[in-house]
Design a protein. Structure first.
Length: 550
């Protein structure tokens, strides 16, 4: 044995020890019973999972989404990078949501593939990803402006109804026989009484009080009718310039009936979500419901200056906080607010408040997102996949071990030791580089085992040829390894290069296969050549083997 033999042995033992240390969390997690997991401290369990081999969507269950970015309302310049911007926003939201090993990838020019392994709160995840989260601060118009708009709308719709009533009987009969859906049918229902004929729009509206800050309320069952009226272009033209109606997010219950608030807002926002520096969940923001969670917003330096200016110039008015075109709150401005701190309150659950805070911190999507495909993988299916994959690996491994011992005897046994070490180092390497193990990845592990032993087959055949030339055991082994090395390197390098194309251009599942195959082939170079050579030298020098059954 050469002077470096001991160092080679120490290197192999060190690699084995480090690999086993990295694999211990995976082993511990795999051998825990459901009762042990339940009893374990959540933080300790989370730490154990983070240090174990990460499992893909097909192994641990989760959610697969195909999203499409709606670019129809974007300018050509905005649409050019809308997919990229949406990708970053979604990635930021998912990262804050705490999903382990998510996969978020573009597809084509307007689609995004999202895979969330281990996620169980499907609806929350969909809300988190799909919410546009366009936050705006808009001033509520005074009641006098609102009443002026309502009067114009009522007069215009009443005049239209009067003209319709003056039509000929034949025209009226033809109209009655036609489809009466939309604004005409609503107007017909709105003029059953003489007073209602003068108020075809405002008859749907009521006020909870007569204060100067009151906004109209609409009975929940009448909301669809009012939306149809407001969608009429003729009604839109009657609104005061620079104003627009917006609905409240939540209903208000009065005397046992549900109402929806309707606000006349300044169309242009005073401030947007781009000014948000931070958004956190806090309890006690809502004075009427102090135990309910809300979201506290902290604005950046520019936002603070604008917010202070807006609140200082509009003391006594209401400032609506509008998220995705719905009014969450519209508090009165009592004084100038220089701190740049605002809050969004409502009947949030803890989970809803957390999602809202995340989407506000991550920013708004550049365009609406449509879910084209949704697929959920249950944990039971993932467990079945793992069991089937592990079973296939063990069967393949045992078959290879049996064949090598049967055909090559002692050298086959040495190859099996290297093969086992290859498997251990491969799995540990996946933990080190945070690679995700998928079902195709398990197939890659199985293929790696077959290709790893192929190197030892080449070496054994070369040694056998040298022994036939009546060389000594030591010289035959040395010549066999030297001659086989070039072939082994060529074979593995060409396979790795080919697999690199799968890694760069394949889908997520194909990439899992490519990663395990590349890592496995690289490690097999170490185990098949370096480790087995150490064992062969040890056998010849330590046990003085003169003849080798091969």
């Amino acid at each position: 044995m050469g002077p470096n033999f001991k160092w080679k042995v120490l290197i192999v033992l060190a690699v084995l020890a480090v690999s086993l240390a990295y694999l211990y969390p995976t082993y511990r997690l795999a051998t825990m019973s459901p009762a042990e997991r339940t009893a374990m401290d959540p933080k300790a369990l989370a730490s154990l999972k983070s240090n174990a081999i990460a499992l893909g969507l097909d192994l641990q269950g989760g959610m697969h989404l195909v999203l499409q970015v709606d670019k129809t309302k974007l300018s050509e310049k905005e649409a050019s990078d809308a997919q990229e911007r949406a990708l970053e926003v979604i990635r930021s939201r998912v990262d804050q949501f705490g999903v382990t090993e998510p996969s978020i990838q573009p597809q084509g020019s307007d689609r995004i593939i999202v895979q969330l392994p281990g996620i169980q709160e499907i609806e929350r995840a969909k809300e988190l990803i799909g919410q546009t989260a366009l936050l705006e601060f808009k001033l509520v118009q005074p009641v006098s402006t609102l009443q002026e708009a309502l009067t114009k709308i009522d007069e215009s719709l009443a005049l239209k109804k009067t003209k319709e009533a003056a039509d000929t009987t034949a025209t009226a009969a033809a109209t009655a026989a036609a489809d009466t859906s939309g604004i005409d049918s609503l107007l017909a229902g709105a003029t059953e009484e003489a007073e209602d004929e003068k108020r075809p729009f405002s008859r749907y509206l009521g006020f909870a009080d007569q204060s100067a800050q009151a906004n109209p309320l609409v009975l929940e069952e009448n909301v669809p009718a009012v939306k149809v009226l407001l969608a009429d272009p003729a009604v839109q033209r009657l609104l005061p310039p620079g104003t627009a109606f917006a609905w409240a997010r939540e209903t208000t219950t009065l005397e046992g009936q549900a109402y929806r608030g309707l606000y006349l807002l300044k169309k242009n926002s005073e401030l947007t979500g781009a000014a948000i520096q931070n958004a956190i969940v806090r309890i006690g923001l809502d004075r009427d419901n102090p135990n309910a969670p809300g979201v506290e917003l902290t604005l950046n330096s520019k936002g603070r200056r604008v917010f202070a200016k807006v609140t200082g110039e509009n003391v006594g008015r209401r400032l609506a906080i509008v998220l995705d075109a719905e009014v969450h709150t519209a508090p009165n401005i009592l004084d100038r607010i220089p701190s740049g701190v605002a809050s969004i309150t409502g009947s949030f659950t803890d989970a809803e408040a957390k999602v809202l805070a995340i989407v506000l911190r991550a920013g708004a999507l550049p365009a609406p997102i449509e879910i084209l495909e949704e697929r959920s993988v249950g944990p039971s299916l993932g467990k079945d996949s793992i069991d089937a994959g592990v079973k296939a690996c063990w069967i393949g491994f045992l078959f290879i071990v049996a064949f090598m011992v049967f055909y090559y005897r002692i050298t086959g046994l040495i190859a099996n030791v290297a093969l086992f070490l290859n498997l251990v180092i491969l799995l540990a390497s996946m933990v080190v580089i945070d690679a995700t193990l998928t079902l195709p990845g398990i197939a890659g592990v199985l293929l790696t085992l077959g290709m790893a032993v192929d190197a030892n087959v080449l070496i054994n055949e070369r040694v056998r040829e040298e022994l036939r030339l009546n060389k000594t055991m030591r010289s035959a082994v040395e010549a066999g390894y030297n001659r086989a090395l070039t072939t082994i390197i060529d074979t593995n390098v060409t396979t790795v290069l080919t697999t690199m194309f799968l890694l760069f251009y394949g889908t997520a599942s194909i990439k899992g296969f490519a990663v395990t195959l590349i890592i496995g082939l690289t490690i097999s170079m170490f185990t098949a050549v370096f480790v087995t050579r150490i064992l062969m030298d040890l056998m010849i020098a330590k046990f003085h083997v003169k003849r080798l059954s091969i």
